[in-house]
Design a protein. Structure first.
Length: 223
């Protein structure tokens, strides 16, 4: 066996049947004639197939990641606005399962990639530090929503609607009813909405969803 450096230094003195170091078991004659033995061709083909599949998988992951980043960027730009007076929480969902939450103040914003729960307080620590302390009602609804989604793993419109009707959290329920003692200042659900992006369909219930039916609305003409 000889190295490439040794062969190149005096290439005419080496026989064709000499095996070349780091050449996959090929002889000098095979390399000179561009011949690859069948056993090595099989190994090479299998290796190239594996490498090709790995590259295709990596490219697919890259494309998916790029699409998600583009969605998140578009959502953040849409939420920031130009003349905002206060802070809001924007929940964006995209066809194919992508989602992002964008929290804003008058001058700042934070993003939370992926599907998730949001109520009426900041999840981002920096934005939360600028805001009043989160109310017990908002924290209670957040905790209850997180619990129900983890427990039930909703996979249909009906599953989501049942969660929207829930009264299991305190001091405020997900399906929040007005406190008569608070009069016009009472907090309450104004409407409940569920959307299925793949079919471009929305279901809306006026007021509390435990008391009112959801109306199905097609978004085909506007989506």
């Amino acid at each position: 066996m000889a190295t490439w450096d040794e062969i190149l230094e005096d290439r005419n003195t080496y026989p064709d049947d000499l095996k070349v170091e780091n050449a996959g078991g090929l002889t000098l004659g095979e390399l000179r004639n561009g011949v690859i033995p069948k056993r090595d061709m099989t190994k090479l083909t299998e290796r190239h197939k594996s490498e090709r599949e790995s590259l295709q998988s990596e490219l697919q992951r890259h494309q998916q990641g790029t699409a998600v980043l583009q969605q998140q960027l578009q959502a953040a730009l849409a939420a920031q606005g130009v003349a905002r007076a206060g802070g809001y929480g924007h929940v964006f969902a995209f066809g194919g399962g992508g989602a992002v939450i964008v929290e804003t103040t008058a001058k700042h914003h934070a993003t939370h990639p992926g599907p998730g729960v949001h109520t009426n307080h900041y999840l981002d620590a920096d934005l939360a530090a600028m805001a009043p302390e989160a109310s017990e009602g908002s924290r209670g609804r957040f905790s209850r929503l997180s619990e129900l989604i983890e427990e039930r793993q909703p996979s249909s419109i009906e599953d989501v609607i049942e969660i929207m009707k829930d009264h299991g959290s305190s001091p405020q329920a997900i399906c929040l009813h007005p406190d008569p003692e608070e009069g016009e200042e009472a907090s309450a659900v104004m409407f409940s909405m569920v959307t299925e992006l793949e079919t471009k369909t929305m279901w809306v219930a006026p007021g509390n969803p435990c008391e009112n039916d959801y109306i199905q609305i097609s978004l085909e003409a506007v989506a």
